[in-house]
Design a binder for this molecule. Structure first.
Ligand code: FAD
Length: 501
């Protein structure tokens, strides 16, 4: 019997992207006779941020068969039910972007019925008043009882805040226990074969690592995809102005909130992310509108001076854009090497996950691999563009008057976003070009949260009498209140998870 020759997949980079790739791909490829090796530099650090996630991570954890409590303990995780945006539209204004939907009637999103109720019934409640996640966030509740299931768990409409370093470490232990080889070494040279594919990398100390497929997880630098294979970076600085961040973790809060806080500041916005062991803080800003010192000071001023005194601000440069093609020849870029849109909606880890899922779906089979590669590249490009449009949306709605905010809302609006906004203005539907991550519902939360409403509800709802809708709306809120009353505080839930190793 002939044996299939062993094939080698080499991952360069040991950040979140590298270890997600190693642990996830190994589960699929080990059965096909692939050996995965991950090499990371002992001297070049990881970016060390990436603490908020979106609900798709639940799918990743379930695909990996992780116990949620174990994962949460190992990664100092807390629950995330959405994002609170403060001062974005103007000083003192707040809106919430919850996960999940508020409901639907006859297959139509509740948004349109809420609109009708508002226009014809002169109702004043916010659209998010119908969201269970929003109510739980307001009441600082957890999404489940410890050891029990809940509708939010069943629908997977929740996410986590996590310690990025601990997450990478957790995945590393899983991957290496399951056969992934881990090496320290810095790539010094790349050898290509006569056709131009990557044949091997020189990782110092006389060591050369040969591979059939290479995954570039080297961060913004893109060592293989850009420096070796010359794939261009498509810059999106004309759409999104923030290109720097200053980061400063603080001690943990006694009462970790089950949501991310995003607060608009003079030259960008600040995040506050509660973990079970500390609070992540950062200020994402435009270098055209603030210096690093001004940004650090603004963060210290806002983040609670007394607690900040012991923390050193860390400064990061951000490159906003995407790869021309994330997969070129026998190299696939994953993580920051493949693109980055600012972290406002916590999509970095999600884009890593989607890259890995799509890579498995389009894995080279030795037969028309060019088609598989093209399909992968098209999907990844669409995902990055979808995130870009959604982030730009947050900026163009603001009413703030500081120079940064005036500049940020005067950017070129991508055609795809402009078309959706034009459609929305009319009857609330958006006809989105891409909605793999952010559906119409997500857009409705942002638009309605900023007071932007369509001229009328969509025709099917417009032609429906209001009378039978009102009790349904009331019932949704009553059900949410009953559910919230049955759930524990987020603080108690996190304490219970961490008390039961
Ligand atoms: P890195 O962490 O930069 O890792 C690069 C790796 O490559 C390192 O191990 C390094 O040693 C190795 N390397 C580099 N050169 C070589 C070489 N020559 N030889 C060998 N090894 C090499 N995402 C979210 O999902 N949620 C968030 O809330 C979020 N917040 C963010 C905030 C900011 C300010 C930024 C900038 C990003 C944020 N992200 C967020 C994105 C997230 O941080 C990244 O997607 C994630 O950390 C993946 O990084 P990475 O592994 O691609 O790169």
């Amino acid at each position: 019997m002939t044996q299939t020759p062993r094939r080698n997949l080499v991952i360069v980079g040991g950040g979140t992207a590298g270890w997600m790739a190693a642990s996830y791909l190994n589960r699929f490829l080990v059965r096909k006779g692939w050996q995965i090796t991950l090499v990371e530099s002992p001297d070049i650090g990881t970016i060390g941020v990436g603490e908020a996630t979106i609900p798709s991570l639940v799918r990743f954890l379930r695909a990996m068969d992780f116990d949620e409590d174990v994962f949460m303990r190992r990664c100092a995780a807390t629950y995330k039910l959405g994002i609170a945006f403060t001062d974005w539209f103007g000083h003192g204004h707040r809106y919430f972007h919850p996960f999940g939907i508020c409901g639907s009637i006859n297959g139509l999103d509740l948004f349109h019925f809420w609109m009708k109720h508002r226009i014809e019934g002169q109702a004043t409640e916010a659209y998010t008043d119908y969201s269970l996640q929003s109510l739980l966030a307001d009441e600082a509740k957890g999404p489940r009882q410890h050891g029990a299931d809940s509708p939010i768990m069943r629908t997977g409409t929740y996410a986590f805040h996590l310690d990025a370093g601990a997450f990478a470490q957790f995945l590393k232990e899983v991957a290496t226990a399951e056969g992934v080889r881990h090496l320290f070494g810095e790539v010094r040279a790349v050898r290509r074969d006569p056709w131009g594919d990557i044949a091997a990398i020189d990782i110092g100390g006389g060591r050369e690592l040969a591979g059939d497929l290479f995954i570039d997880c080297t961060g913004f630098r893109g060592l293989l995809i850009e420096e070796t294979l010359g794939d261009p970076w498509i810059d999106w600085g004309r759409y999104l102005l923030c290109d720097r961040a200053v980061v400063m973790p603080l001690p943990r809060e006694d009462d970790p909130l089950p949501y991310t806080r995003s607060t608009a500041l003079d030259a960008g916005w600040m995040w506050q992310i509660p973990l079970s062991t500390r609070t992540g803080n950062g200020y994402v800003y435009s270098s055209q509108h603030a210096s690093p010192d001004q940004a650090a000071q603004a963060l210290i001023d806002r983040a609670d001076l007394r607690r900040a005194r012991s923390a050193d601000p860390r400064h990061l440069k951000m490159r906003i854009g995407r790869r021309g093609n994330g997969w070129v020849r026998n190299c696939v870029a994953v993580g920051l090497a493949s693109g980055f849109v600012e972290p406002l909606e916590s999509t970095g880890i999600h884009l890593i996950q989607r890259a890995l899922e799509l890579l498995v779906d389009n894995f080279p089979a030795g037969d028309r691999d060019d088609l598989l590669r093209a399909a992968y590249n098209r999907r990844m490009q669409a995902l990055y563009e979808e995130v870009r449009d959604f982030i730009v949306l947050h900026y163009v709605l603001t009413d703030r008057v500081e120079p940064f905010w005036r500049d940020a809302r005067s950017v070129a609006i991508p055609d795809t976003l402009q078309d959706s906004l034009d459609a929305y203005e009319m009857d609330g539907r958006m006809h989105l070009t891409h909605s793999d991550i952010f559906s119409e519902t997500n857009h409705h939360f942002i638009l309605a949260g900023n007071g932007r409403l369509p001229r009328r509800p969509t025709a099917r709802v417009d032609f429906t009498p209001l009378q039978p809708i009102v009790p349904v709306l009331r019932q949704i809120r009553e059900q949410n209140r009953a559910m919230a009353a049955s759930l524990p505080s987020h603080r108690a839930l996190i304490a219970a998870i961490n008390a039961n190793p």
